[in-house]
Write a protein that binds this ligand. Structure first.
Ligand SMILES: [Zn+2]
Length: 273
């Protein structure tokens, strides 16, 4: 599932293709995504020019002229891919935007958990999907104190606090595990047992780790690709995620896996306390 570094990589790979170009035609092949695609809303993009591509947590925001924003969430297996005009259609290419200058943007999503919405800029932050999001991991307000405050009364495991999109928006299981590995804290620790110092260590590690993952263009296990259909390379730098039974990169111990809820957590029993 694409997490923040993958979504940021997609944004970066889209910019050279889309900025300054005008949407000539939109085509909806399949409306059944996580929420049904509003074909009439998509048609409002015709004649509009893309001038900015940004991100809010894991939502991709394509800003076009006339104060419209084209929002995407990639769900589990969504991809936004740039192709030459009339490249052969593939199964699961659900939405196509044809550009006046040539070229097509396609939304491809075999599992159809993604979504796309067209909205006016002034009501963007009121969308139910965006309204409840916590702070962005790169926001300067994500401090140790912020995290410490949210953990005081929490019986939850620290890994689950990091996954809570209303506290920090954009982290998923891969990076939550990797952040804790780098911070030296076991994912199974009760959040309320965290010291203030540990909260600061985690808060500092979050943007550092994500920045590093973005430099490697994200993590590709299977589906994830950027707009040029390139894989990420951060999987080679993972310390614990999906490395059960393999040697820790820092000590002779073997990485352990434990289930928290229905998602696995991974850690080194020696390096993480
Ligand atoms: Zn270790």
């Amino acid at each position: 599932m694409p997490e923040l570094p993958e979504v940021e990589t997609v944004c970066r790979s889209l910019r050279p293709h889309l900025i300054g170009k005008t949407i000539a035609r939109t085509e909806v092949v399949e409306t059944r995504l996580r929420i049904p695609v509003d074909e009439a809303a998509l048609a409002r993009l015709v004649g509009k020019t893309v001038f900015e591509i940004g991100r809010a947590a894991k939502y991709i925001l394509i800003s076009v002229t006339d104060d419209l924003v084209w929002v995407f969430h990639l769900g589990m297996s969504g991809k936004l891919i740039w192709l030459e005009s009339d490249a052969p259609r593939r199964k699961h290419d659900h939405i196509v935007a044809h550009f006046a200058e040539g070229g097509e943007l396609r939304y491809h999503d075999p599992r159809r958990f993604g979504l796309t919405i067209v909205t006016r800029r002034e009501i963007l932050q009121e969308l139910p999907q965006l309204r409840l999001l916590g702070i962005d991991p790169f926001d300067a307000d994500l401090t140790g104190d912020y995290l410490y405050r949210f953990t005081r009364s929490s019986e939850r495991r620290i890994r689950d606090v990091l996954l809570d999109q209303q506290i920090i928006a954009g982290l998923g299981n891969i990076y939550a595990n990797e952040i804790l590995a780098r911070a030296g804290i076991k994912p199974t620790r009760r959040a309320c047992c965290l010291t203030r110092k540990q909260a600061h260590t985690i808060a500092r590690t979050i943007p550092e780790l994500l920045q590093q993952a973005i430099r490697w263009c994200g993590t590709s296990f299977s589906d994830y690709r950027d707009a040029d259909d390139k894989r990420g390379e951060f999987q080679a730098h993972l310390r614990v995620y999906d490395r059960e039974g393999r040697k820790c990169r820092k000590c002779p111990s073997l990485i352990k896996r434990v289930a928290i809820g229905n998602r696995s957590a991974f850690y080194c029993p020696s390096c993480q306390k």
